[in-house]
Design a protein around this ligand. Structure first.
Ligand SMILES: NC(=O)C1=CN([C@@H]2O[C@H](COP(=O)(O)OP(=O)(O)OC[C@H]3O[C@@H](n4cnc5c(N)ncnc54)[C@H](O)[C@@H]3O)[C@@H](O)[C@H]2O)C=CC1
Ligand SMILES: CC(C)CC(=O)C(=O)O
Ligand SMILES: [Mg+2]
Length: 353
């Protein structure tokens, strides 16, 4: 098959992990006889530096027409002035909204070989396999008004948490459909004891649940969910939640798997090709040193093959190669090893089978 993949390396470690994943995709393409055409575009801080815009029109247009998009990360201290009106993160949020990819899938599977290095109790981690379905184009990151105003001699700042029934229904329905293929449990995470948007979320979720009588539904308050993610991660199968709650809970879930560098994601809407990115940020503290863990981005590339190109066998080949590399002791620094980004990528490519 032939596919056009847009690459958005972005800032910090973004270019390092994206080029690692491209090497894996090229190796898979060679092995299975596919031609992937890669086209690179600007997003985030580097786009601000070169064009003044964190999401240049050429980038959005290229992403709209691509078969899939693979992104690294955006942002960093260079662009962190809190008063700046143009910020790298606006590029990423604009891209997600522009592509309409409302469903962000973040699978969290604990690798048995990484359990012993974890600060958490081994019996809590054994066999943990959950997926967070994060609403990605609404909620607190997008609601209006979002502004800062000078009122009576001081600034007031406003963010808005807003959802329509349609926005809630489509993401919750997707979570239920996923649960049908898994262990048949949905945990809907909200803050319904305080937030009106969460009370609507619960109502709509209960309505959707009636269409799925075989799926067990529980409602969990987000603070309790944060605690249970560490104390009883086994109790989760499919977790569905608001944009910011999902953002925070998945960074927490990275502790279960051993590092921020391990977790992939796919952002989908059933129409556009899809946007794939690791869950981590631009990691300015390690950028440019060649030591970033590329696994989250490599596994995102596997999700790209599965969801956007329908190449299940190829996606599995990558996931198996990652599993074998970990099993056989290959580790970057974040996992207590000494392999560089390139050496870890080589280890995966050697095991593609
Ligand atoms: N999707 C995106 O583009 C995101 C961008 N950001 C941006 O990234 C910048 C840095 O944010 P932070 O809060 O430091 O979060 P971060 O995720 O970049 O880093 C948090 C910690 O995890 C480590 N880490 C992250 N990815 C790693 C990898 N692949 N291998 C090894 N270690 C890794 C970092 O070294 C750091 O110690 C900020 O400008 C933030 O806005 C943050 C999160 C997501
Ligand atoms: C940088 C933000 C826009 C998002 C974020 O932290 C994430 O998607 O994980
Ligand atoms: Mg995040």
């Amino acid at each position: 098959m032939k596919a056009n993949i847009v690459l958005l390396p972005g800032d910090g470690i973004g270019p390092e992990v994206v080029s690692a994943a491209v090497r894996v995709l090229e190796a898979i393409g060679q092995r299975f006889g596919h031609t992937f055409k890669f086209t690179e575009h600007l997003i985030g801080g580097c786009a601000i530096d070169q064009t003044g815009n964190p999401l240049p029109e050429a980038t959005l247009e290229a992403c709209r027409t691509a078969d899939a998009v693979l992104l690294g990360a955006v942002g960093g201290p260079k662009w962190d002035d809190p008063r700046a009106s143009v910020r790298p993160e606006q590029g990423l949020l604009g891209l997600r909204r522009g592509l309409g990819v409302f469903a962000n899938l973040r699978p969290v599977r604990v690798h048995p070989a990484l359990i012993e290095a974890s600060p958490l109790k081994p019996d809590r981690l054994q066999g943990v396999d959950l997926i967070v379905v994060r609403e990605l184009t609404g909620g607190l990151y997008f609601g209006q008004p979002k502004k800062r105003e000078w009122v009576n001699g001081q600034y007031h700042a406003v963010d808005t948490l807003e959802y329509s029934e349609t926005e809630i229904e489509r993401i919750v329905d997707l979570a239920f459909r996923l649960a049908c293929q898994r262990r048949k449990k949905v945990s809907s995470v909200d803050k319904a004891n305080v937030l009106e948007s969460s009370r609507l979320w619960r109502e709509v979720t209960n309505r959707v649940a009636q269409r799925y009588p075989d799926i067990l539904l529980e409602h969990v308050l987000v603070d309790t969910a944060a605690m249970r993610l560490i104390s009883a991660p086994h109790s989760f199968d499919v977790v569905v939640t608001e944009n910011m709650f999902g953002d925070i809970l998945t960074d927490e879930a990275a502790v279960l798997v051993g590092s921020m560098g391990m977790l992939p994601s796919a952002s989908l809407n059933g129409k556009h090709g899809g946007l794939y990115e690791p869950i981590h940020g631009s990691a300015p503290d390690i950028a440019g040193q060649g030591i970033a863990n590329p696994i989250g981005t490599i596994l995102s590339a596997a999700m790209l093959l599965r969801y956007s190109l329908g190449l299940e066998q190829e996606a599995r080949a990558i996931e198996r190669a990652v599993d074998r590399a970990i099993e056989e002791g290959c580790r970057t620094r974040d996992l207590g090893g000494s392999l560089s980004t390139t050496a870890m990528t080589d280890a995966v490519i050697e095991r593609l089978g």
